[in-house]
Design a protein around this ligand. Structure first.
Ligand code: SF4
Length: 321
């Protein structure tokens, strides 16, 4: 059953020099309990999609088109108080990059979890909220008595676990994890990913994992959506994306991924840089870097088309205009 469906989501940031076209015509869907990895280079619009879904865009950011259907309700049409009281935390929750920045350093973790619970569920008493905070700590693998500690008393990995506990405080159905492994060493990163995967399976939680690291998606998610310069270029199950990528940008990303079992070889990178989204190139935004670019690619924006069941690609090479 479909939990979330984005239809042609378009989000811009207004700045003094014009509009940064951060996300344009992005469409994808997520089933209940499903895990989707959203990948692409920094600045390609991944985090903007998350902030648009939760309607917490920074000043200047605005959703200028499209729909965000959550259980059939268009979130772009809801007023701020409904978003705050009914959707954020209770239905959709987010773990931001860098747990130390997201936690308030002058309050204990318990105070922060209790506040989150009581803000969104005023009927819950303080003692009940404290009890729930302890259970959440147990769920994420931290000794419950540590809930009364301050953020600086935790290691990086424990802070990230505490963030996950906080995000789960009001039993959401969808968790968005924005670069959950950033700033953690690889061992702790692997533990956090394992925890997210286990929690998702245990609680039937759907998840959008935002990352620039494809290996994290292959370990954790069932589906992958690849973004380039504000556009979704390919979306399929993880196996298809890794074994039979169709879009030249996805092929470039997979090609730049080292294979530890293959013989030693030079890393192949994608030449050039992503475009300036204040003034993106016409047609396919990848054409200045694409070795297959044709005249049509400079003029016409390729549509995202389903080439086989569940496999969507936006490229003139795959479905000529
Ligand atoms: Fe390359 Fe053209 Fe496909 Fe864009 S549409 S990825 S430029 S072949």
């Amino acid at each position: 059953m479909t939990l979330l469906e984005l239809k042609n989501l378009t989000t811009y940031y207004r700045i003094l020099r014009g509009y940064v076209k951060a996300v344009e015509n992005v469409s994808f869907s997520l089933e209940k309990g499903e895990k989707l990895g959203l990948a692409g280079e920094s600045g390609c619009g991944k985090t903007t999609i998350a902030l648009s879904i939760l309607r917490i865009l920074p000043p200047g950011g605005q959703i200028v088109g499209g729909q965000i259907l959550y259980e059939g309700i268009d979130l772009t049409k809801l007023d701020d108080s409904t978003m705050r009281e009914r959707i954020r935390w209770k239905e959709i929750s987010i773990i931001f990059q860098g747990a130390m920045n997201a936690l308030n350093p002058v309050y204990t973790i318990e105070d922060q979890i209790v506040e989150a619970i009581q803000t969104h569920e005023p009927e819950v008493t303080k003692n009940e909220a404290k009890e729930r905070a302890r259970k959440l700590f147990e769920l994420v693998g931290i000794e419950p008595s540590r809930v009364v500690n301050y953020p600086h008393e935790f290691s990086g990995g424990m802070r990230q676990r505490a963030m996950i506990a906080m995000a789960l405080a009001c039993n959401p159905k969808l968790l968005i994890a924005d670069e959950p492994g950033t700033a953690l060493d690889v061992i702790v990163q692997a533990q956090i990913l394992k925890l997210l995967k286990t929690l998702s399976e245990q609680l039937g939680l759907a998840m959008i994992m935002i990352t620039h690291d494809l290996s994290l998606i292959s370990e954790t998610c069932e589906k992958a959506a690849i973004m380039y310069a504000g556009r979704l270029v390919e979306n399929a199950d993880v196996y298809k994306i890794f074994k039979e990528p169709l879009h030249p940008y996805t092929q470039g990303l997979i090609g730049a991924f080292p294979d530890i079992k293959a013989p030693k070889q030079r890393m192949v990178s994608i030449p050039g840089l992503p475009p300036d989204l204040l003034d993106p190139p016409p047609g396919c935004r990848f054409h200045p870097r694409c070795k297959y670019a044709m005249p049509i690619c400079r003029k016409k924006d390729p549509e995202l088309v389903e080439v086989e069941k569940g496999h969507f690609v936006a490229c003139h090479l795959i479905h000529p205009a």
